[in-house]
Design a protein around this ligand. Structure first.
Ligand code: DUC
Ligand code: ZN
Ligand code: ZN
Ligand code: ZN
Length: 460
């Protein structure tokens, strides 16, 4: 099966060009102006942008599985929503029980995703405790294509000591991997929650008060100190504050190498969402929390200045009715997280590219190329180049619409972006050289493949 995409605007790293692109055998076979006709199928991409398939390196499908606070999107519905929105590869966080092996978590995550996933997928590995036996598993993880890890400095059931985090960074770095970190000061968050409860502040509005910007900034600074001493580049996931950004800038000024992720919610939503009536604000309870508007502006500036490396969603689809309601009487029981895997490309196009803040090339870099480079998938993925996998998005920049829970693929009863206007729409998606989405509707299901990844990091 070969497909010829004609007259599209190909978003290449060097700039957009009007050209054709031929797909054969699941790969990009040829690209350039005026390619010879002759293909089993021709797609007219006139006035459409052709992007490399977008990569979301921060999802949580089937999170808290089997518990009342489990997420609604399983691997099938979550990756189907991703695909509909133009995301052709996700990296999700495998999470072993404390005391269990990394291999056990990898097996569990494969068991959930294999045969169910509608887009391609790989796994980061969460490290919740550290021991010589876990250390001895890193080689096996590399061989299995897992070259990135995550640690938490917050959540009592997840977090590591600074010393253990240091050991993880060193050991993973020596193995050719990279470690990302949830940067919030866990002790101070626990105390912040206690103080709000003691004052009788039990509504969702207390959530951001319990974990203010300084709590993130302290942890970003500490994480970068840990990385500096370990001598390895590290990643900071879901950066949400100007104060955190200042800690990043200080480290970079000293010459430290590090990577930064932010998420659409920290660019587009803000703390006003915690002033909604009733329990409505629970829809916006995530950690780190939404911030004052000046932080969104600072993150946009950082994006424009090239200081942010990737944009992931941190997709956690807790249902409002059911999961979020566990915290009706106490905000600290509201599961932390929001859905978004379906909407990241269209949001970033609308509020980034169409708004004139970033270019289409920047968008391809932030949503495809950098994720692929950082997490060992480049140039197989993340770029329109001859020989790369034919995961492609044909995007209509002139279509308009609105985000609504009613019409979304995400298997959840709300979206934090309800009613937001969109400019541009994902029209067609090719997955491994086959048309998987057409006119925004998913045609091919359960065809995602596991992506075994190489060494992580730009700097090696
Ligand atoms: N952090 C994440 O990265 N994901 C889910 C919850 C959280 O706090
Ligand atoms: Zn986190
Ligand atoms: Zn997350
Ligand atoms: Zn209800």
């Amino acid at each position: 099966m070969s497909i010829l995409i004609q007259n599209g605007i190909l978003v290449l790293p060097t700039g957009p060009i009007q050209a054709d692109l031929r797909v054969a055998g699941g790969r990009i076979a040829e690209l350039g102006p005026g390619l010879a006709p002759g293909a089993s199928r021709v797609i007219d991409a006139q006035e459409r942008l052709v992007f490399p398939g977008f990569i979301d390196t921060h999802t949580h499908f089937e999170m808290n599985k089997g518990f009342p606070n489990e997420t609604a999107d399983d691997w099938y519905t979550g990756t189907r929503a991703a695909l509909a929105g133009g995301t052709t590869t996700v990296l999700d966080f495998a999470e072993p029980e404390r005391g269990a092996t990394l291999a056990s978590a990898l097996e569990t995550w494969h068991g959930r995703a294999d045969g169910a996933a509608c887009c391609n997928y790989g796994f980061h590995m969460t490290v919740k405790d550290w021991s010589p036996s876990i250390r001895s598993e890193l080689r096996e993880m590399t061989a299995a294509g897992v070259t990135s890890y995550k640690v938490y400095l917050a959540y009592d059931n997840l977090r590591l000591s600074d010393a253990a985090a240091y050991e993880v960074v060193k050991a993973v770095g020596a193995e050719g991997g990279v470690v990302g970190c949830h940067c919030e000061n866990g002790d101070l968050v626990t105390e912040g929650i206690r103080a709000q409860q003691a004052a009788g502040n039990l509504s969702p509005a207390a959530h951001p008060l319990s974990r203010p910007p300084a709590v993130e900034a302290e942890a970003v600074g500490r994480w970068l100190t840990i990385a500096e001493l370990a001598g390895c580049p590290v990643n900071i996931v879901h950066l949400s504050t100007l104060r955190g950004l200042e800690a990043v800038r200080a480290a970079r000024t000293r010459g430290q190498r590090l990577y930064v992720e932010t998420c659409p919610q920290y660019l587009l939503l803000d703390e006003r969402s915690y002033r909604l009536p009733g329990f409505e604000s629970a829809k916006f309870v995530l950690s780190p929390p939404l911030r004052a508007q000046e932080n969104c502006a600072a993150l946009w500036d950082a994006l424009e200045a090239g200081e942010i490396d990737t944009i992931g969603t941190d997709h956690c689809s807790f249902r409002f009715h059911g999961a979020k309601e566990l915290g009706r009487e106490d905000f600290s029981k509201i599961p932390n997280g929001i859905p978004g895997v379906e909407h990241r490309p269209s949001l970033m196009y609308t509020y980034g590219v169409a708004a004139g803040r970033i270019t289409a090339v920047d968008m391809a870099r932030l949503l495809a190329e950098n994720p692929a480079r950082l997490f060992g998938m480049y140039p197989q993925k993340g770029v329109l180049a001859v020989g790369s996998d034919a995961d492609l998005v044909i995007f209509d920049p002139n279509d308009t619409g609105r985000i609504t829970a009613e019409t979304q693929y995400q298997n959840v009863d709300y979206t934090p972006y309800e009613g937001m206007a969109l400019r541009g729409r994902v029209d067609t998606v090719l997955l491994g050289g086959e048309v998987a989405v057409e006119g925004g509707r998913v045609l091919l299901e359960r065809r995602g493949r596991y992506v075994s990844r190489g060494p992580s990091g730009f700097w090696r």
